[in-house]
Design a protein around this ligand. Structure first.
Ligand SMILES: NC(=O)c1ccc[n+]([C@@H]2O[C@H](COP(=O)([O-])OP(=O)(O)OC[C@H]3O[C@@H](n4cnc5c(N)ncnc54)[C@H](O)[C@@H]3O)[C@@H](O)[C@H]2O)c1
Length: 446
């Protein structure tokens, strides 16, 4: 099929490259000309494992092209995906649909022949209807149907998620969309990925419900972690004990510094807003949002406590800045709140991240960016693991100790076994590991 992908960011570029890999003819469009120029030169504007190879293979095969000229790409396409951003609107937390509606107007003017317009962006219930209205108003002669096909891929594992999804959700109002959408995803259907057809509004709401549920699950275990600290229990063991129950499942039960990223925070807020607007308030989600915001604001207190109650004038090393490993995405990353709080308390920050430092530079001030974990630890009164990149899972504690001013590790992702760390003479603080005490070594306590 001939496909136009409007928006070539984390979702659009991965989806476009994967659809080309299925054998479709894909044109990825972005209004950011610099991004398109990079892509045309074979360079990736984002970091996503495996993406560079996938893109170059499909460009070489003649199935994938890049352009900033939307009209030509849309005119030739049978299926047009909208994969532009839907950030939080300032002030009220509603999804900002400016980019979606802008894209819809541009698409409308360029439509020729019967076209399926597919919303892949995460949009509030009812947006599909509004896109349809915009298209009808802008181009009354257009023959288009509007479909909702929310995307569930995770950054860092995006290609695998797209090619081996748990399900493909397709919300339609017009039966004419069923066959072309089945054709788009036929290779996946052959791989037994369930193709779930629902109404358009149902698909739109299901996407938010999925993200909201996962955000709530993370927030739940974060609160249990706080209770673990209060009562002297270990949240990792609690999570394992409950996660082995099939009704609960072990995923998204990792206590940490609060969820961040480009989706959970904004989608949770947007769902809360939608529910309030419809008089069906989601109180669990309202609380989840508030608890997580508070957590991100206060998690740095752990670092201050680990440093004996004050960090003024001290150097703190941070490992990991992105909101999770294997991405360069810094949107709403917990590191941003940690840095701000520690700087407010008078600390000097030096940080290392394998992929996120370029994006981070634009978002923080007065941070020294380092070339590796040991440089970030140099002269530091504490080393803080903020993002659990694999590169931080086997640190040489003897070397760290030799370069740090104090042997203090604050492990906000519970990467390490406290016993192992304390054995090397470090004081250890994790999240929800009540049995570790206030930096008292477990080994010593035994
Ligand atoms: N990032 C994720 O992991 C993820 C996962 C699932 C769903 N989503 C959803 O997918 C959508 C896109 O997210 P993203 O992270 O890829 O965003 P992004 O910011 O990385 O990319 C959006 C791109 O769209 C481009 N754009 C905006 N308006 C345009 C227009 N009129 N014409 C052409 N290009 C235009 C922008 O220049 C940008 O490059 C959002 O709604 C998001 O919630 C994201």
């Amino acid at each position: 099929m001939r496909i136009a992908m409007i928006g070539s960011g984390y979702v659009g570029l991965v989806s476009g490259a994967c659809l080309a890999d299925f054998g479709h003819q894909v044109t990825c469009v972005d209004r950011d000309e610099e991004r398109i120029t990079l892509l045309q030169r074979g360079q990736m504007p984002i970091y996503e494992p495996g993406l560079g190879d996938l893109v170059s293979a499909n460009v070489a095969a003649g199935r994938l092209t890049f352009t900033s000229a939307l009209p030509a790409a849309v005119a030739e396409a049978e299926v047009v995906f909208i994969a532009v951003g839907t950030p939080s609107r300032r002030g009220d937390g509603h999804a900002d649909l400016t980019y979606v509606y802008g894209a819809a107007r541009e698409i409308a003017a360029a439509l020729t022949g019967f076209t399926v317009v597919v919303t892949k962006s995460t949009v509030p219930v009812g947006t599909g209807g509004e896109i349809e209205r915009i298209i009808r108003e802008a181009n009354p002669r257009a023959d288009a149907v509007v479909v909702s096909n929310p995307e569930f891929l995770r950054e860092g594992a995006a290609i695998d998620d797209f090619k081996r999804p748990d399900r493909i959700l397709i919300g339609i109002e017009d039966e004419r969309a069923r066959e072309p959408m089945s054709e788009v995803y036929r290779p996946l259907y052959l791989n037994q990925a369930p193709l779930l057809f629902t109404s358009r509004r149902t698909a739109e709401l299901a996407k938010y419900s999925a993200n909201a549920y996962l955000a709530m699950k993370i927030t739940f275990i974060n609160e249990i972690a706080d209770l673990c600290e209060a009562v002297g229990a270990d949240v990792k063991d609690v999570a394992r004990a409950i996660g082995l129950d099939n009704r609960i499942g072990s995923k998204f039960l990792h206590a940490g510094p609060g969820y961040g990223g480009s989706c959970f925070p904004k989608d949770a807020r947007a769902l809360v807003k939608t529910a309030q607007d419809h008089g069906a308030a989601l109180r669990l989600m309202e609380t989840t949002v508030a608890v997580n915001d508070q957590r991100k604001r206060t998690i740095a207190r752990k670092v201050v406590a680990a440093c004996g109650g004050a960090v003024r004038g001290k150097t703190i090393g941070l490992l990991g800045l992105t909101f999770k490993p294997n991405t360069d995405d810094m949107r709403e990353a917990s590191s941003l709140s940690v840095i701000q709080a520690l700087q407010d308390a008078g600390a000097r920050i030096q940080a290392y991240d394998p992929q996120g430092m370029e994006a981070a530079r634009a978002l923080v001030n007065d941070v020294t960016f380092c070339s590796g974990p040991y440089e970030a630890a140099r002269d530091a009164a504490a080393l803080v693991i903020v993002t659990e990149w694999n590169a931080f899972r086997a640190l040489d504690f003897d070397e760290l100790r030799s370069v740090m001013s104090e042997p203090v590790l604050v492990d906000l992702r519970n990467v390490y076994d406290p016993r192992e760390v304390t054995r090397h003479g470090f004081r250890y603080t994790g999240v929800g590991r009540g049995t570790e005490g206030d930096g008292i070594s477990l080994a010593a306590a035994e």
